[in-house]
Design a protein around this ligand. Structure first.
Ligand SMILES: [Zn+2]
Length: 347
């Protein structure tokens, strides 16, 4: 089968075409013909550039984590009733199902988790072999491209909003509003009845994002009056919730300054360093909370797909390219040009 692999870390040029054997699905596994794979700034781009920290990481690698396609064959002992030929979305993380966290149902915290395209061969290829438990039939009306663009970040957005006990009409500030997770969080938060405020760097991105009708309000985080803007938008109330998947110290300072009493911050990423200043006196005296969210529970996954079916939640898809152009897509993300999720298709 055709695939794109890396043999070492480096710039987008380290991505190279390769001919690989079609994988054989083992016990409990399925063979999926890949239709689309979404390109993730951490699991794909950072992974290619310098690697990401998971046990069992090695080279060479077939990248590509979040994907969707068609179920074409089953290994032994799958016990599944999904018929061959079904369009399926593939979850990218494979928990061990044996450790203390997995046994108590918290598979998102499994320290032995395997990730497709990181510690197992990924989806920059015509086929993947994955546990059948990772498959979910794609609902009618959802394309393979859309499924690949939301099957990980959609449930993560729900998990974050559940973790902070989000309630309708609360003000949620979403940092990195134009990113794949930012745009997805906006769609999910709106479908749950929250008031959405997005922050982006620079007024050019504000203008591009405004056209998409994702956020009730958008602010430029580089504007010196941004805190005052947030206070005006929330009519002096402040932010009930901040979703920070950025990890930038200055932006975190804005989050805590804008947070209201009993406000909550959820964090699922720290691409911009992750070291921040925190005033514990403010935290306890105002009853505020900061919550790290790593992945999504089964409950969040089920709730997300219900929002897809009942509220029409879909991802913002940036550009769609063939697999042979995947290096250009990496360049696009590195240049910060994407709005929403870029997707690569395999035909
Ligand atoms: Zn486990």
């Amino acid at each position: 089968m055709r695939a794109m692999i890396i043999r070492r870390h480096g710039g987008p040029d380290v991505l190279e075409p390769a001919e690989l054997a079609v994988p054989t699905p083992g016990p409990g596994e399925a063979l999926v013909r890949v239709g689309a794979v979404s390109i993730n700034s951490y699991l794909d781009v950072t992974n290619r550039a310098q690697g990401v920290h998971y046990p069992g990481y090695g080279m060479p690698q077939v990248l590509g984590s979040e994907h969707a396609g068609t179920l074409v064959a089953l290994g032994p002992d799958t016990g599944t009733d999904i018929p061959l030929g079904t369009a399926v979305s593939v979850l990218n993380s494979i928990p061990c199902r044996q450790c203390a966290w997995c046994v108590r149902g918290d598979e998102a915290s499994c320290p032995h988790v395997q990730i497709m395209g990181v510690t197992r061969p990924g989806a920059y290829a015509e086929y993947t072999a994955v546990p059948v438990m990772n498959l979910r039939p794609i609902p009618e009306g959802v394309t393979v491209v859309e499924a690949a663009g939301m099957n990980v970040i959609g449930p993560l957005a729900v998990e974050q909003l559940l973790a902070v006990d989000a309630r309708p009409d609360e003000y949620v500030v979403v940092h990195g509003a134009g990113s794949a997770t930012g745009t997805m969080t906006a769609r999910v938060a709106r479908s749950m009845g929250l008031r959405t405020i997005g922050t982006v760097r620079g007024d050019r991105k504000v203008a591009r994002l405004s056209e998409l009708d994702l956020f009730d309000e958008l602010v430029d985080s580089t504007d010196p009056d941004v805190l005052q803007r947030l206070q005006e938008i929330t009519k002096g109330h402040g932010a009930d919730i901040v979703i920070d998947n950025i990890g930038d110290e200055e932006l975190f300072g804005l989050s805590t300054a804008a947070l209201c009493a009993a406000g909550r911050i959820a964090c699922s990423g720290a691409k911009f360093g992750g070291e921040v200043r925190l005033n514990l006196r403010q935290l306890y005296s105002q009853g505020q909370r900061i919550i790290g969210v790593r992945g999504s529970t089964q409950e969040a996954k089920d709730r997300f797909w219900k929002l897809v079916e009942e509220k029409g939640v879909r991802p913002v898809i940036d550009e769609i390219h063939p697999l042979s152009n995947v290096a250009d897509v990496h360049r696009r993300i590195e240049a910060g040009l994407n709005i929403g999720r870029p997707v690569v298709t395999i035909d």
